[in-house]
Write a protein that binds this ligand. Structure first.
Ligand code: ADP
Length: 167
């Protein structure tokens, strides 16, 4: 049975096949979870990301995990919130779906996500949580390998928002 779970924690510490990074379109590192992943993975991640020459919002790219416990890191720039009438919902769903597809293509069974776009990018938290959980739920029956997806929430408010969307 495929499973979705929500935990509170630091995504750089999670031992899964792939962790997803809420990146920016340069893929060259930044603040928040992106900065934490780059610090924990080490400088070789920067060199691996340089080769992509950026990534459009909602698409995803994959690298090794370097010094992380995860085997792979999937980098996806989520949308910046501009009021909601600029395709933000669809772009956020694309980030989740494209990341899951890439994980599945790389034979990953376990995947962990941070709360994409709800930090500096200011996407409303409940709305983002609903899109995330719906997109993951819709994807799982189509997956060949992915069977366990974990939302790794950094604070109580984020944890509560994703938890409330599970049922
Ligand atoms: P974005 O630019 O996509 O909004 P942020 O990194 O600013 O990305 O924030 C996304 C979410 O990631 C926020 O909920 C933030 O608290 C969380 N976050 C920050 N560091 C970590 C971490 N080490 N593990 C998991 N989540 C994290």
């Amino acid at each position: 049975m495929p499973q979705i779970s929500v935990i509170k924690g630091d995504i750089t510490k999670v031992k899964v096949d792939a962790v997803v990074n809420a990146a920016n379109t340069t893929l060259m590192g930044g603040g928040g979870v992106d900065g934490a992943i780059h610090r924990a993975a080490g400088p070789a991640l920067y060199n691996a990301c340089e080769k992509f020459h950026g990534c459009p919002t909602g698409e995803a790219r994959i690298t090794g995990g370097f010094n992380l416990p995860a085997k792979f890191i999937i980098h996806t720039p989520g949308p910046v919130w501009h009021g909601g009438d600029n395709g933000e919902d669809q772009l956020l769903a694309n980030s989740y779906r494209n990341s899951l597809q890439l994980a599945d293509q790389h034979l990953c069974r376990t995947v962990a996500f941070p709360s994409i776009s709800t930090g500096v990018y200011a996407f409303p938290l409940q709305r983002a949580a609903k899109i995330a959980i719906t997109t993951i739920k819709n994807f799982l029956p189509t997956a060949n390998f992915v069977d366990q997806v974990t939302m790794v929430c950094f604070d109580d408010r984020t944890f509560a928002a994703y938890q409330s969307q599970l049922y």
